[in-house]
Design a protein around this ligand. Structure first.
Ligand code: HEC
Ligand code: HEC
Length: 391
């Protein structure tokens, strides 16, 4: 009888393997007794509710519909720091997304993959991703789950196949247990890994900067504006520049039109051309194939921007001072598809001229603007132990 059960069990496993191969095109190696509960693995579904910062917009419905669990997040965090996901076992997601730099690459303009080859883009900060409608500078990934699959197989990044990566993980007891706990299956693949990493990424919420504290003091009355504290006068002046319309008399920076303050996210989550080059590279055109989108890039959030340099999609500016000088005097007015408001200003408000005509900020005003940008740093986020390497 026992023998018969063993034989049946063997065929059961065999067919699961075949079926899953077909479904996911990943060859799942037969693995010891994972379906056997005597292995001691337990399916767990401890619910996790995403922190909703007070002044942020409500999370979009698709995000709220994700069944987040502690077990999936713990697995995702471990995978985020797992070098076995790369071809030579040296590189993890965290290699280019370091918590100390708000999950950007270690002060590098362009990221370098396992083969020492350099990419063409600056690594992006990872937090408050729930609000993003699309991922990458050019928006070519429509969901986080799809995005996760890309760096592992990218030949100039982690240069591995998911098939191999999963085989490596299956050689480890700890992963077999964690995948089982998180997804109640022994038959895991890249889809489960992507789901887990996505859930970890969604927990990366940054909402506790000096600016947030100043907004908090208003008791949620948006009409009175952020109340900066003692010693924060320069930051307060910088905020007025950031949030002010361009005016012929100077003093307004017009930054808020794209790096939105009303939603508290410091991005309008749109794709735009801020006039870096006369002939910008493709950008969002890659996705839409529509000429009007050529040169548009994802408007990055400016939260934690003090730590995310070098700046822009190609890391061309080293410092925030250089970025501010670019907006002050270096915008290429004739850049193809430059955002119209940069050229004409907010005509409804009668400001008349746009940021591309030059801001004429004084040395003091430029320093004030930089001071404000630095007030968007969130040290609680940068030091949050829940986001660090669990290994
Ligand atoms: C070799 C460096 C490198 C590695 C390794 C890497 N990334 Fe990235 N990441 C980048 C770069 C560079 C970009 C921007 C690329 C672009 O826009 O084309 C990026 C963009 C992203 C984005 C888009 C963020 C946004 O706001 O649109 C996410 C999410 C992300 N990476 C997550 C991950 C995850 C998860 C892993 C591991 C599976 C990973 N990355 C591994 C360098 C890397
Ligand atoms: C018309 C929209 C628009 C306006 C107005 C605007 N920006 Fe930007 N900003 C962008 C876009 C788009 C990018 C990314 C461009 C790229 O990399 O190709 C960007 C990038 C940045 C970056 C780099 C962030 C990073 O992570 O690399 C900083 C800093 C920045 N802007 C600050 C400002 C400041 C300060 C102002 C006001 C003086 C301002 N921006 C006005 C659209 C805008």
């Amino acid at each position: 009888m026992i023998r018969l059960l063993k034989i049946l069990g063997f065929f059961g496993l065999f067919f699961t393997v075949i079926l899953s191969c077909k479904k996911n095109e990943i060859e799942i190696p037969p693995f010891p007794d994972m379906t056997d509960t005597t292995a001691g693995y337990q399916c767990k579904t401890t619910p996790y509710s995403l922190i909703q910062p007070t002044y942020f917009p409500p999370y979009p419905t698709p995000i709220l519909n994700i069944e987040m669990t502690e077990e999936r997040i713990a697995l995702g965090r471990k995978l985020f720091y797992e070098t076995k996901l790369s071809g030579d076992n040296t590189m993890s997601c965290a290699s280019c997304h370091n918590q100390n730099y708000a999950f950007t690459d270690n002060k590098r303009a362009l990221s370098i993959g396992i083969d020492g080859k350099s990419g063409t883009k600056n690594s992006m900060a990872l937090f408050n991703l729930a609000y993003s409608p699309a991922f990458f500078w050019d928006g070519r990934s429509s969901t986080l789950e799809k995005q996760v699959l890309v760096p592992v197989i990218d030949p100039i990044e982690m240069h591995e196949t998911w098939k191999n990566a999963i085989v490596k993980l299956k050689g480890e007891e700890v992963y077999n247990r964690m995948f089982y706990e998180a997804f109640c299956t022994a038959d895991y693949d890249s889809t489960h890994a992507a789901k887990a990493i996505t859930q970890f990424e969604l927990t990366l919420v940054s909402s506790n900067s000096i600016f947030d504290k100043a907004v908090d003091r208003t008791g949620n009355d948006r009409n009175i504006g952020p109340q900066f504290g003692a010693g924060e006068e320069q930051i307060s002046r910088g905020f007025r520049i950031f949030n002010g319309e361009v005016s012929k008399n100077g003093g307004g920076g017009d930054c808020f039109h794209c790096h939105s303050t009303d939603n508290m996210l410091f991005t309008n989550n749109d794709f735009m051309n801020n006039g870096l080059d006369d002939n910008p590279s493709e950008g969002f055109f890659v996705v839409t194939r529509n000429e009007t989108n050529r040169g548009q890039f994802k408007v990055p959030t400016l939260r934690n921007v003090e730590h995310t340099g070098p700046y822009m999609h190609d890391g061309r500016f080293e410092t925030l001072e250089e970025v501010v000088e670019f907006y002050n005097s270096g915008i290429r007015k004739n850049s193809i598809n430059i955002e119209p408001i940069m050229v004409s200003g907010d005509t409804a408000n009668g400001s008349g001229s746009g940021i591309a005509d030059g801001l004429n900020l004084t040395t003091q005003e430029k320093a004030d603007l930089v001071a404000f940008l630095k007030a968007l740093s969130d040290s609680d986020f940068l030091n949050n132990k829940d986001f660090s390497d669990p290994n």
